[in-house]
Structure formats: C-alpha cells, structure tokens
Design a protein around this ligand. Structure first.
Ligand code: NAD
Length: 478
C-alpha cells in the first residue's frame, strides 16, 4: 500500500500523529495512507514557505509566469495520469475526472495573465507636484484548505493565482482524497517552481486550525461544508486574517412548460447525478411549473433508471460510488426521512449496486416534495433528486429564496422575459439559464451567496487577484 507524506520544501516528510486511510471507494479497499501532521510539521511548512516566499516574491512576474506556462504544459501531458488518480481515490468516472482537471488547468491559463492583472494604477499630479500610485503586493503565506470532491480542480482554483501573485502556499487537501495534491506539487517542481513555494501538509480539521492560527499565515482560502466554512471564517477573522470560505449548497432547477425539453432532460440528469451528486453545483431540487411538473417527473424517472452504476474507470459507467460507507448511510437516511415526511419514492436507488464491493447508491428521485421537507432544505451530497410542483415562477423563486444557501439556481425556458425576471429576483450568486450546471470559468468568480460563502472576495476570476494581493498606495512629491 502506498504511503504519501507531507511535501515540505523539496522533502517528503512522514512525521505524524496518526494516519488517514485513503480508499478506492469503488472497490471498498484502502489504497494508501497519509499522515496527520503534528504542530511541528505545520511549523516546518510555514518556515519553508517563508524562506521560499522571500525569494519568490522578488522574482520578476515575467519569470514567475514562465513556471506557470511550463506547469500548464506538464498538467496537459499528465492529464490522463491525474484523471486515473482522481478516479482511483474519489470514485468519479474518468470522463468526470478529465473534466475537473480541464477546469483546473483553465485557472493556470488565467494565472499566466499575471503581468496584466498585477498592474497597479497611477494618477500623476493629483495635487500640485504630487503623484499617487498603487501597487499590488503579495500577501505572504496563504493556507489553502480543500474538500474531497474535486481533488485537482479546487487546489487549482487557489494555488495558480496565489503563486502568480508572488505568494507562497501551504496546501492542506482533504484527508479523504489527498493524493493528487502531492502530484500537482511534484509537477510544479518539474516546471521550475522553487521548492517551498508550495508545500503540502496532510491531516483533518485540527491541522486546518493550527494553520489558521499560525501568526505567519496571512490569508486562508477554504472550500468545504457549510459548518466548517463558518468555523474557518470566524477563526481566521478572529486572528485578523483575510479569508474566503466557500461552503455547502442546495441548488434548484426550475423548468417552465415552454422549455426546450430535448435539452432539459440531459441537463437535469447531469446536474443531479453527475459526480454522484457530490458537487456543490449539483441540482438537487427540480421544480416543475404547472404542467411541467408531471412531464419532468416522468421523463427524469424513466431516464435516471437507465443510468449505469459502477467503478468510474469502467467503460460505459455513468455514476460512480459515494466517497465512504458512512456517507452512503447518511444519504440513505435522508431518503428514508424524505419518504417518511410524505415524499413519493418515484425511484429508489438504495438497493442498487449492492452486488458491488464499493460504496454505491443508485439514482433516487423523490416526488411531491414540499418546501419545508428535509430533502428540499438540506444538502444531501448524493445522487438524489427532489422534484416538486409549483404553480408559478414567482412561487419557485420564493421557494429558492427561503433556502439558507445561495450557490446556484437554474431556469429552463424559451422566454427571455421570464429569464430576466428570474435572474433579477433569485437570491443566488450563480444563475443558469438553460444550463444544468452554471459553473463560472476561471476568469469569473465562483460566486456563492448566503451560507454558501463566507467572506467577500470569491475564488478565482478578478476576485482571486484581489484576494491574493494587498494594495499599497504611494504618495510622491519631488
Ligand atoms: P469538509 O468540510 O468535511 O472538509 C473540507 C476541508 O476542511 C477538508 O480539508 C477537511 O479536512 C477540513 N475540515 C473539515 N472540518 C473542518 C473544521 N471544522 N474546521 C476546519 N477544517 C475542517 O467538506 P468535504 O466533505 O470534504 O466536502 C464536501 C462539502 O464541500 C460539501 O458541503 C460541498 O458543498 C462543499 N463544497 C463547496 C464548494 C463551493 O465552492 N462552495 C465546492 C466544493 C465542495
């Protein structure tokens, strides 16, 4: 079994206070172990990041981006290897793994624009003989804490922009899917990044806390569940650090009768069941307006029933396993609770895949869901779609706006007027019109609202440059 240590400067470090088992969730077996970092390991990582960062920030930005160009090339060359790694310890299909890596590489592309994005501004003669300029300076050491569900893409939401801006990084990946982070950093070394500019420490919540509390860590980029995001935000703010903390979600798909039904069905299926429902942009409540409700329900159940469950590296598989057995139990619990509250189990996936050794759960559709039901309110993070009927678009928007989350909402319609009304009134940071997953590309911010995000500057896009730099104003008279 493989053991992967922390990567600090140019060394693999195995110092630990216990180990985390990494599973192949499709086969139900442990494939690797990673250490839980001790406070001394965190200290070592901070010292390495401080040393490397002092030199890195002084390198001309035109040289820093040469490392990014080479890294991008290496990521392209190793895309298939990385996809296999993601599928092996996350479980998603290879096509989904390739897709997340592609989205991640796009952030590296975007970071290569640093010489333009890092420019400041000058206003000469702001007063007699007086000039004013502002410069963007790196913030220092950035702690990047990532969730299990996108082991390559989410580190790449953070690291490329942070290092392009002249910062150094300590990346703490999820202890459930920690293997890709080390590989990303090895490719960075190969690309010419000095060791220590990005370090990897492994561990769980306690390691995150130690990192946040370290006086030399200047900024915290976090993506994970809502309670953890809230805690991270509060802790980082209490220690005076800048923080961006993306949390959980409950996303709604609204279908009007006039929608293009050929396009609706594949979009809804992909949104609800892609990545086995383990994504923060999963459409987990579908609301049919008027006659769209029965039509949607029938079509979704018919198609979802045909989705193929199995290991993500097997040809023709549509849905991989859930991340762990206990998570599958939680998802089963939500289905049972939704049913007990009166929702109709139009498709019950709880017994599907039982002949397979991994943590499988089949696509599940609950019908007649009410806005106050548990499956309508809580993030389930599994292949479970709650379907409800409403009379008007306004009723659908009221339903969505009652959610404590505000990550994504989608409308399917042919009506420009309805689409405009939807985006004006829905309280959500990412809005889709006739697309199932409204994911912003690298050059736009990943814009969760409400409890889906704590902070003000979002991940990547122009916000990323603002987050990873601080502005210095210089007032000059000669
Ligand atoms: P998680 O919160 O359990 O873990 C995320 C990271 O935080 C991990 O590295 C973990 O070790 C660490 N952690 C866990 N609890 C912590 C705590 N109390 N304090 C500090 N650190 C802690 O999340 P997960 O199960 O790995 O990921 C799934 C969740 O992430 C879902 O809720 C999903 O919606 C969310 N997510 C959100 C986005 C987004 O952009 N909004 C993107 C992907 C995933």
């Amino acid at each position: 079994m493989a053991v992967r240590g922390h990567l600090i400067a140019d060394r693999e470090v195995l110092t630990n206070q216990g180990w985390h088992s990494v599973w192949d969730p499709a086969r139900g077996e442990v494939v690797a172990e990673v250490p839980e970092a001790t406070p001394a390991v965190v200290e070592e990582a901070v010292a390495a990041a401080a040393r490397a960062g002092a030199e890195w920030r002084r390198r001309p930005v035109t040289e820093r981006v040469q490392c990014l160009f080479r890294w991008k090339q290496l990521l392209e060359e190793h895309l298939e290897e990385l996809a296999q790694l993601v599928t092996r310890h996350h479980g998603k299909t290879l096509a989904e793994a390739r897709g997340e890596i592609r989205r991640g590489i796009e952030v590296v592309d975007f970071a290569c624009g640093a010489p333009t994005w890092l420019q400041g501004r000058t206003l000469p003669e702001v007063s007699a003989g007086l000039d004013q300029d502002w410069y963007r300076r790196p913030v220092g050491i950035v702690a990047c804490i990532t969730p299990f569900n996108f082991p390559v893409m989410i580190p790449l939401w953070m690291v490329p922009l942070a290092v392009a801006a002249g910062n150094s990084v300590i990346l703490k990946p999820s202890e459930k899917t920690p293997l890709a982070a080390g590989r990303l950093v090895e490719l960075m070394w190969q690309a010419g990044f000095p060791p220590g500019v990005v370090n990897v420490v492994h561990g769980g919540a306690e390691v995150t806390r130690t990192l946040i509390q370290h006086p030399e860590v200047a900024a915290v980029s976090f993506v994970g569940s809502e309670p953890a995001a809230r805690e991270v935000y509060a802790q980082a703010a209490a220690t005076g650090k800048r923080v961006q903390a993306a949390g959980g979600a409950k996303n709604h798909l609204v279908i009007l009768e006039d929608a293009d039904w050929e396009a609706v069905l594949p979009a809804v299926l992909n949104s609800a069941f892609g990545n086995a429902g383990e994504r923060c942009l999963a459409g987990s409540v579908a609301l049919g307006v008027g006659a769209a409700y029965p039509r949607l329900l029938e079509a979704v159940v018919e198609s979802a029933r045909r989705l193929k469950l199995g290991p993500g590296d097997v040809e023709g598989v549509d849905i991989g396993p859930l991340i762990r057995a206990d998570h599958r139990e939680r998802v089963r619990g939500y289905i049972a609770q939704g049913h007990a509250e009166g929702a109709v189990l139009a498709l019950d996936g709880r017994q599907a895949g039982q002949d397979l050794p991994g943590f499988f759960l089949g696509p599940t559709v609950l019908a007649g869901v009410q806005p106050d039901g548990v499956v309508a309110r809580e993030e389930i993070f599994g292949p479970v779609l709650a379907v409800g009927g409403v009379s008007t678009l306004e009723e659908a928007v009221r339903w969505i706006n009652a959610s404590r989350y505000g990550n994504m909402a989608v409308l399917f319609t042919h009506s420009g007027k309805a689409a405009r009304r939807f985006r004006e009134t829905v309280e959500c940071g990412m809005v889709g019109v006739n697309v199932g997953v409204a994911q912003p590309l690298a050059f736009y911010p990943f814009s969760g609202w409400k409890r889906s995000f704590y902070g003000d500057l979002h991940l990547h896009g122009p916000d990323g440059w603002d987050f990873y730099t601080r502005k210095q104003v210089v007032v000059t008279r000669w």
